[in-house]
Structures are given as structure tokens and as C-alpha cells.
Design a protein around this ligand. Sequence first.
Ligand SMILES: NC(=O)c1ccc[n+]([C@@H]2O[C@H](COP(=O)([O-])OP(=O)(O)OC[C@H]3O[C@@H](n4cnc5c(N)ncnc54)[C@H](O)[C@@H]3O)[C@@H](O)[C@H]2O)c1
Length: 258
Amino acid sequence: MILKNKVALITGGATGIGRSTAVLLSQKGAKLVIADVSDEGNNTAEEICNSGGEAVFVKGDVSIVSDVTNIVSVVANTYGRLDILHNNAGVLRISDDVSTTNELDWDLTINVNLKGVFLVSKYSIPLLKNNGGGAIVNTASMAGWSVGMAGLAAYCASKAGVVGLTKCMSIELAKYNIRVNCICPGTIDTSLYTTQFLHAGGTQQELDDDQKSLSSLIPQGRYGTPEEIAKAVLYLCSSESSYVNGQALVVDGGFSNQ
Ligand SMILES: NC(=O)c1ccc[n+]([C@@H]2O[C@H](COP(=O)([O-])OP(=O)(O)OC[C@H]3O[C@@H](n4cnc5c(N)ncnc54)[C@H](O)[C@@H]3O)[C@@H](O)[C@H]2O)c1
């Protein structure tokens, strides 16, 4: 129970990586606030409570200031403290190349993936400072950091921004005993990409072929699981990484070493 009595706020905790991380942090003793635009966040909170943990769900959009201040006030009013912030909410949009990238998709991606990390951090940091410290873990990506990816210009730009923001915050906040790191997942088996692929007109067969050929390019030969990313987040937000600060931890089955 390495996180016993710790309070963690996870954005984008309704599904995928955020959901798995919420469940794992709860198993390690943390009390959770799960924030998400999707009502499915209720299911994550319910699952944790049914397993004997503590969790509340708050609906909110990380790119809207009034939603963010509400999310942070739910943390303060429910638990009176914050020890761990996992900025994980994210979106992905696909285009052929930069010239065909829709401006609305660009704005949405930057607003959620980058501005959202800024806003939730901005309004959460006073709570972390009040405690005498804590840890922030941002979800970046190998896309935009260790590799570029065609068709994902806005996404790569947003995630490269998250890495830069992480490094800056790690220097600014060290004197408050707040460590700031990010994880850079490779290709993880969630619906983030698949939903958009099908939405963009791709067929299920094309998606299956795409996933098969991408898997063959990964040295470990498969996609990662959300649970494997959750374990990396646990390391970065726990005392096991007490001298790790400002790092971008790539968890990609070796993909970006090629
Ligand atoms: N799946 C991958 O291959 C992969 C790889 C690298 C990085 N990531 C990143 O991991 C994070 C989680 O993605 P995932 O793969 O678990 O996908 P996912 O779609 O399952 O999870 C994303 C979550 O963010 C929520 N969300 C979206 N917009 C939001 C907003 N404006 N405010 C609050 N919540 C919002 C969604 O409702 C969803 O619950 C994202 O930041 C994503 O960019 C994923």
C-alpha cells in the first residue's frame, strides 16, 4: 500500500489508460477523484468503490477553466488535500498531412492535450503546495517526442508541448517538493486511435490490417496494454521515483529505438 492515505486526481479516467491507472492507484491505497467529459467515469469510480476503495467522479472538460476550477474544488471539498495529479485526458484526430489538417481538429487537440495539462496543473498546484509536495505525471506520447507520426500533426505537436511543459514545471516546482514527469506511451490497446480510424471512414478490415502491420514493427511484437502504462505511472507518482524529476519515460515496447 505504497500510496496509503494519498489523494490522486486523474483526468481522462473514464476509459483506457486513465481508468487502469485509477484502479491500480486505488489498489495501492490512494483515494481517487476521476475527472472526465464522459459519464463513463462513473463506472470507474463505482468499480473502485465496489472493490473497497474510495473514488468520486466529477464530469468536466479539462480545456474549460470553469470546469477545471470545479474539478479542483471537488478534490478540495471531498478529501481536503491532493498528493498526485495525473494529467491524462487526451484526444486524437487523423488527417492525411498538415495541409489537410482541419483547423477545428487542430484547436481541439491543442486545447485538450496541451492547454488542459496547463489548466489542471495551474489550479491544482496550490493544493499540492499546501500538502508540502506531491507528484504530477503527465501523459505525453512517443508520438511527438521520440518519433514523429504521419497523419498526426496536431497530436504530435500537442504531445511535444506536454514534454516541454513537464520539463519547465519540474524546475519551477522542485522547491515545493513537487516532482513533475511524463510518460510517453507507444501504441497502446485502447479505443483512442481505433475510434478515429473508423470515424475517418476506415473499415474494420483496414483497421485490423493496420494494427497487424504496426505490431510487426514493434520489437516486442505487440501493442502495450493500459495496465502496463498504469504501472509506469505508479512508479512516477510514488516514492519509488523520489529523485526522478522532469523526465519523459518512453514505454513503447522498444519501437522508438529503431
Ligand atoms: N492509446 C495509445 O496508443 C496512446 C499512446 C500514447 C499516448 N496516449 C495518451 O494516453 C491518454 C489516454 O488515452 P487512451 O489511449 O487511454 O484513450 P481513451 O480514449 O480511452 O482515454 C481518453 C480519455 O480522455 C477523456 N477526455 C477526452 N477529452 C477530454 C476533455 N476535454 N476533458 C476531460 N476528459 C477528456 C475521454 O473521455 C477518455 O476517457 C491520452 O492523453 C492519449 O493521448 C495514448
